[in-house]
Design a protein around this ligand. Structure first.
Ligand code: FES
Length: 314
């Protein structure tokens, strides 16, 4: 889709929201809470941005973008080069971080810009009249996005703000919050690596299916690239076989051989490079696919193979 930038607002000194609409005023494709779109930047790079408005709104997509000074440059382009009236290529919405339909209570834990998918969840859960709480961790009030929204009717009683003043560990007590496993409660977390790691550590005694993470980057301390051994990949449609050395990803080998596979994050967190495989045993290293999905699909940007050969449905 080619969508028009209808409005840009400063949420904080470093976070802007971008409202995207259909140029003809048509309804946009439905999205679900926790979903995101791939957006093509002015220089052609692709980035994923969570949709943070209410899924019931059909006339607009709202994206929140943190200007990251040490990032790969995507957020700087959004902040500096994108203007109201621009047309931007945007993918259909996808969702790697959905609400669990079986949950009886939802505990949303957001840090910084990680609040964006959780805002859409909060909108949806409020509309459903569901039982939920949003814990929103930021440095201080000035760095807190969506302040009007979260202090408004119907939301204020559901939101707990935690400011740490820039001192890690002095904000939300994640260990205390997750000390007791509550049947029916599902936990959703998105935020900086430190918060994600703290929630993961504090929820280790919870059933895995009740804890959900949305990663913007590979978790700290997790090696996603490289392997001990090389292996082969076979392209099912042509029978071509390529060797993947220990220090190369499947994706890089495919691209160097002219086999086109879409990719974006190259860190196993966005889902863009998902590829079906037909035989062989992958060594899954992504942070998106469920156990069920991993039986048929593999993220070729980070995953490797335990078998000598992996046959890809390409
Ligand atoms: S490119 Fe993002 S998961 Fe592979």
């Amino acid at each position: 889709m080619l969508l028009r930038v209808n409005a840009i607002n400063d949420e904080t000194p470093s976070i802007k929201t971008f409202e995207l609409v259909d140029p003809e005023g048509l309804d946009l494709p439905v999205f679900t809470a926790g979903g995101h779109v791939d957006l093509t930047l002015p220089d052609g790079q692709v980035r994923q941005y969570s949709l943070c408005n209410a899924p019931a709104e059909r006339q607009r997509y709202l994206l929140g973008v943190l200007r990251e000074t040490n990032g790969r440059g995507g957020s700087r382009q959004m902040h500096e080069r994108v203007a109201v009236g621009d047309l931007l290529p945007v993918s259909m919405p996808r969702n790697n971080f959905p609400l669990d339909g079986e949950a009886t209570r939802h505990l949303l834990i957001a840090g910084g810009i990680g609040v964006t998918p959780l805002m859409a969840m909060a909108h949806r859960l409020r509309a459903l009249g569901a039982d939920f709480v949003l814990h929103y961790c930021t440095r201080d009030a000035a760095q807190t996005a969506f302040r009007d929204l979260i202090s408004g009717d119907g939301m204020a009683s559901r939101v707990r703000l935690h400011h740490d003043g820039g001192v890690p560990g002095s904000g939300l007590d994640v260990a205390a919050l997750l000390a007791t496993v509550v049947p029916g409660t599902h936990v959703y977390c998105c935020g900086p690596a430190g918060l994600m790691a703290a929630v993961k550590a504090a929820s280790d005694h919870w059933p895995a299916g009740q804890i959900h993470f949305e990663h913007f980057a590979a978790p700290v301390g997790v090696a996603v690239l490289g392997g001990q051994d090389g292996f082969e990949v076979e392209i099912a449609s042509t029978g071509a076989v390529y060797c993947v050395p220990p220090d190369c990803s499947i994706l890089s080998v495919l691209l160097s051989e002219g086999v086109l596979v879409d990719s974006s994050c190259e860190a196993g967190v966005c889902g863009t490079c998902t590829t079906r495989y037909l035989s062989g045993e992958p060594d899954h290293r992504d942070f998106v696919l469920s156990n069920v999905e991993q039986r048929e699909h593999v993220m070729v940007c980070v995953s490797r193979a335990k078998s000598a050969r992996l046959v890809l449905d390409l």
